[in-house]
Design a protein around this ligand. Structure first.
Ligand code: KIV
Length: 283
């Protein structure tokens, strides 16, 4: 694995060569360091942090300040991966000026190399404005969690022919507006594959099948750290929640039984200093 930062050009080269792109979310120093050291191409500081880190019911309440706070921490842990900051709800919808300013915060303050935002054709002008400011933009269509109220829940998108054609139009509009890559979330595999073959830029799938140019999973989902619910598309690669529970329970039992701390976890004092100390105390 090279030690230099993964670039947008390398991302595109992977699509062009038919080599799958890997993306995982991370939200702080230690998760970003682990993802980076595993050789993952792209770290997404996703607004999913609202649910898995902050305990919110959806991504909707997440703020720009919260995103920048987590982006900064994740950036300190990643030397290699391309870093993408996820623009939270209402940080880019109200006006293009605000969108450019908030996207810029991810680069200036958060240490990110690019931003992601949700939405298709209706967001094309916003994408163009951010890209024209020199900020690389990743699109996100299909199931867009920030629009969960309008979508009526976490449902698969593009299941009818007109809806699937609408997604293709969205993807084409985002590509034309300057997106360097597009996330396809919860879309039938055949639709995601057809879109991926028609775009020049790479698609990154989550619940969108193997025909995408890359895949993304949420760190907490794939590692078994968040079990409030588990979408069908998640593959669990570890059950760290259980491992951590076991370790914490063992610690509690050790302290309660006075097995911890042991001699090897304890600092000693030179004998003469100890004797003088005790003598002064009169012990
Ligand atoms: O916020 C997030 O983690 C995301 C991914 C699921 C694509 O947007």
């Amino acid at each position: 694995m090279s030690t230099k930062r993964f670039t947008l050009q390398e991302l595109q080269a992977k699509k062009d060569a038919g080599r799958p792109i890997t993306v995982v979310t991370a939200y702080d120093l230690s998760s970003a360091r682990l993802v980076d050291r595993a050789g993952i191409d792209v770290i997404l500081v996703g607004d999913s942090l609202g649910m898995v880190m902050l305990g919110l019911e959806s991504t909707v309440p997440v703020t720009m300040d919260e995103m920048v706070h987590h982006a900064k921490a994740a950036a300190r842990g990643a030397d290699h991966a391309l870093l993408v900051g996820d623009m939270p709800f209402l940080s880019y919808q109200a006006s293009r000026t605000e969108a450019v300013r908030n996207a810029g915060r991810f680069l200036k303050e958060g240490g990110m190399g690019a931003v992601k935002l949700e939405g298709g054709r209706t967001m094309a002008d916003t994408v163009r404005a951010i890209a024209d400011a020199g900020i690389p933009v990743m699109g996100h269509i299909g199931l867009t969690p920030q629009s969960i109220s309008r979508l009526g829940g976490y449902r698969v998108q593009g299941k009818t022919a007109p809806a699937a054609l609408g997604l293709l139009e969205d993807a084409r509009a985002l590509e034309a507006a300057g997106c360097f890559s597009i996330v396809l979330e919860s879309v039938p595999a055949a639709v995601a594959s057809a879109i991926s073959r028609r775009l020049s830029v790479p698609t990154i799938g989550i619940g969108a099948g193997a025909g995408c140019d890359g895949q993304v999973l949420v760190y907490h989902d794939m590692l078994g750290l968040f079990d409030d619910f588990q979408p069908r598309f998640v593959k669990r690669y570890a059950n760290l929640g259980e491992t951590i529970h076991g370790a914490l329970t063992a610690y509690r039992e050790d302290v309660e039984a006075r097995r911890f701390p042991a001699e090897e976890h304890t600092y000693a004092m030179p004998d003469d200093e100890l004797a003088s100390f005790l003598e002064t105390l009169g012990d």
